[in-house]
Design a protein around this ligand. Structure first.
Ligand SMILES: C[S@@+](CC[C@H](N)C(=O)[O-])C[C@H]1O[C@@H](n2cnc3c(N)ncnc32)[C@H](O)[C@@H]1O
Length: 336
């Protein structure tokens, strides 16, 4: 291919002119030999007009490696153009596992999309969501698409290690900032109840950073199994009591009161508010979550259940979108 042989001292100025005039072939690498720089050209047309009078030579230039820039670049030859835009480019990465959401009309291409996600993310396994999050244990069906068929992994979040099986327990990496926010509120010396602990991501984050004791409850035996693993992995033994069971019954006879109660079961936490109000110390805080269209409804629920106890709303925020118009809402309430 053709190139321009330019003395080294002038090469940078000439390169700039060629770029401006769209004459430099950017797909190929510029190279230097002795005191000359060789600039790959798209065409020699107009060089004279630009008063560039160096030798035009016929040489081999090396091509720049073209790394795909996006997930879509891996799919251009595999999926019809009109369908490619329907692919959701946002996906969850939990440790070594990628979780995709694939619309029904692209179902036939799911393995191509899975392989593209595997190559793009360079993780070990790719799964696809096969159902909504369902049931009391808040897990969903998954289909393996690409890579190793391994659903257990260790996710890292702000220095915490969270071991889990994406098929057996609930976990959302999208709550990382929320967990950090709550951890920052916690005061050394607190006794905390995590009513719906899952594999313990709140617990681990809090206990790694604060001097506290946490009672961590979950109804899912798999969640409690991974919570125990996470206690060991993060060296927080002696700071957590894992409790397997239904929060409604299991806490009744324990005779405990708490400085803080975490209630991250947003679809049902409303049904546990009466219990939380009974278990929170005067001046204690409830970190309450609810699916809601606004911030006022969960605040009203807290006031309703608090009865004669006074409520101070410390924070209210939309954590993330759940579905159009419905939010995962966080309310921090001090119950006096
Ligand atoms: C939305 S997940 C949240 C888990 C964890 N807090 C997190 O942020 O990853 C809710 C958890 O509540 C548990 N759960 C549901 N009903 C329960 C109950 N009655 N008592 C205790 N745990 C319950 C589920 O098994 C699930 O692990």
């Amino acid at each position: 291919m053709i190139g321009l042989k330019v003395p080294k001292n002038n090469a940078n100025d000439i390169r700039k002119v060629l770029v401006d005039e769209k004459l430099l072939n950017l797909d190929y690498k510029i190279y230097q030999e002795n005191n000359f720089v060789y600039l790959p050209l798209i065409s020699d047309f107009r060089l004279k007009e630009l008063d560039i009078n160096y030798d035009i030579v016929n040489v081999e230039f090396d091509k720049h490696k073209q790394e795909p820039k996006s997930f879509m670049d891996f799919l251009v030859d595999k999926i019809p153009k009109e369908k490619i835009e329907k692919i959701k480019t946002s996906f969850d990465i939990i440790g070594d596992v990628v979780i995709l959401e694939i619309p029904e009309e692209l179902y036939d291409y799911r393995f191509d999309i899975g392989n593209a996600a595997l190559n793009f993310t360079k993780r070990k396994s790719v799964f696809m969501k096969k159902s909504e999050i369902k049931g009391v244990m808040r897990v969903r069906d998954m289909e393996h698409l690409a890579g190793e068929c391994v659903s257990e992994t260790i996710h890292k979040e702000f220095g915490s290690k969270i071991k889990l099986d994406i098929k057996k327990v609930y976990f959302s990496p999208r709550l990382a900032t929320e967990r950090k926010r709550i951890t920052e509120q916690v005061i050394d010396g607190e006794t905390i109840l995590d009513m719906f602990t899952g594999v313990g991501p709140f617990v681990v984050n809090i206990c790694r950073n604060k001097d506290v004791f946490v009672y961590a409850v979950d109804i899912n035996p798999n969640a409690i199994y991974y919570l125990k693993e996470n206690i060991k992995l993060n060296h927080i033994e002696g700071l957590v009591e894992p409790i397997l069971g239904d929060a409604k019954n299991i806490l009744k006879n324990k005779n405990l009161l708490f400085d803080r109660i975490l209630m991250n079961l947003p679809g049902l936490s409303y049904e546990f508010l009466d219990l939380a109000i009974k278990l929170v110390k005067p001046g204690g805080v409830i970190n309450y979550y609810e699916f809601s269209k606004d911030l006022e409804t969960p605040i009203r629920h807290i006031h309703e259940f608090a009865g004669s106890r006074s409520v101070e709303i410390l924070n209210k925020k939309y954590v993330k979108s759940r579905s159009p118009g419905i939010w995962h809402v966080a309310i921090d309430a001090r119950i006096n």
